[in-house]
Design a protein around this ligand. Structure first.
Ligand SMILES: [Zn+2]
Length: 368
């Protein structure tokens, strides 16, 4: 069959026809108002530009990163696979941000040029009606360029926001999908409220969200799992610094989901030796030979007690390296907290800690 390459595309837009199609860069849309459009190869169709540009569609399509169809059975390799998908999402977000800010810059330039044209054309001593007429004329002259730049920026800004707003939810979906298929016991909590607190406080809802997140990371979806030892949520009056000792999680009525995820991390480290061993090994490997310094000095936060010390390393927070005489760590707690609140940032800014957190949580089993 003869090569069907056509050098001149059909339609009045000629070579300006954008490469269309969701993510493909190869297809144009041939549709009529009120009818569903069909996709045709670029060389045979006149592209109808609507909403997102081809460039935006391509970046958006790639931002919905997927996990590989076959996840490794090795926890460290598997963590690396998740991290790669997160890095891809973060990269797409960065590219969209750059594209959007370029469009914003262009819009400002057009707007400034329009303003300069107006300033040059107007006679400031003329009656207001005349000045308004000049303004209208300049606006009409610049309408195509200005509206084009505005529309372009709006489309790009909307695409960027869509990706940015969906990123944490999407990342959590991927974390769920990546949880290994093992019958680990479910993580559970029970609340202990002081007698004088009668209303159901926000912390109860937050604890459920936090527990669901932790369970999503550890629990198999295809194997029925029993419930392990519960974390006891001791809700205090007033405002307290949340903490966890053995299975007692101290909190107040407003403790956030993020903080509860952190405290549940301590609980898991305490009750499950394998994740604990992972956390200790990671902390040692990263901080070998480092001297202990006070947390206040390392973080610039004077709220820590003088006996609270850390090996700050290059962790995302000096708190990750916190030293406990009884051997506990902040590795799993801080890691889970980042995984919940800032998964893409975590994956790209401290890949080692990211992998160690997933590897540790995937070996959780309250039975051991
Ligand atoms: Zn902690």
């Amino acid at each position: 069959m003869a090569d069907r390459k056509i050098s001149t595309p059909l339609g009045s837009q000629g070579d300006a026809v954008p490469l269309g199609g969701p993510g493909s860069g190869n297809w144009g849309h041939a549709g009529r108002k009120g009818k569903r459009g069909g996709s045709l190869p670029r060389w045979s169709a006149m592209s109808v530009k609507s909403g997102k540009t081809a460039q935006i569609r391509q970046v958006v399509a790639r931002s919905g990163a997927r996990l590989p169809s076959k996840l490794s059975d090795d926890p460290t390799e598997r963590a690396g696979q998740v991290r790669k998908a997160f890095a891809q999402m973060a990269e797409a977000e960065g590219r969209l941000k750059a594209i959007t800010s370029d469009a914003g810059q262009k819009l400002r330039e057009v707007s400034n040029a329009r303003q300069r044209a107006f300033s040059a054309a107007v006679d400031w001593d003329a009656p207001v009606a005349e000045i308004n007429a000049v303004q209208d004329r300049i606006n009409a002259e610049w309408a195509t360029r200005y509206n084009g730049a505005l529309e372009d920026w709006r489309a790009k800004d909307a695409a960027y926001n869509e990706v940015r707003n969906g990123r944490v939810a999407r990342a959590r979906e991927l974390l769920l999908a990546a949880a290994p298929d093992t019958p680990a016991k479910s993580f559970k909590w029970e609340a202990v409220e002081p007698r004088n607190i009668t209303m159901r406080s926000q912390v109860m809802k937050n604890a459920q969200v936090a527990a669901d997140f932790v369970n999503g990371l550890v629990r198999s979806r295809s194997v029925a799992s029993e419930v392990g030892m519960p974390a006891m949520l001791r809700i205090k009056k007033g405002s307290v610094r949340a903490s966890c000792r053995e299975n007692d999680v101290k909190c107040d009525r407003k403790t956030s989901v993020r903080t509860l995820v952190h405290e549940f991390g301590h609980f898991i480290e305490h009750y499950s030796p394998v994740p604990f061993a992972h956390a200790v090994a990671f902390l040692r490997s990263r901080t070998q030979g480092e001297k202990l310094v006070s947390l206040s000095a390392a973080t610039g936060n004077s709220g820590y007690r003088p006996n609270e010390q850390t090996r700050p390393d290059r962790f995302l927070s000096a708190y990750v390296g916190k030293h406990y005489a009884h051997g506990s760590t902040e590795v799993l707690s801080m890691g889970l907290e980042y995984l919940y609140a800032e998964p893409l940032w975590f994956a790209t800014q401290d890949p080692g800690h990211f992998d160690a957190t997933l590897t540790a949580i995937w070996t959780y089993d309250a039975n051991r």
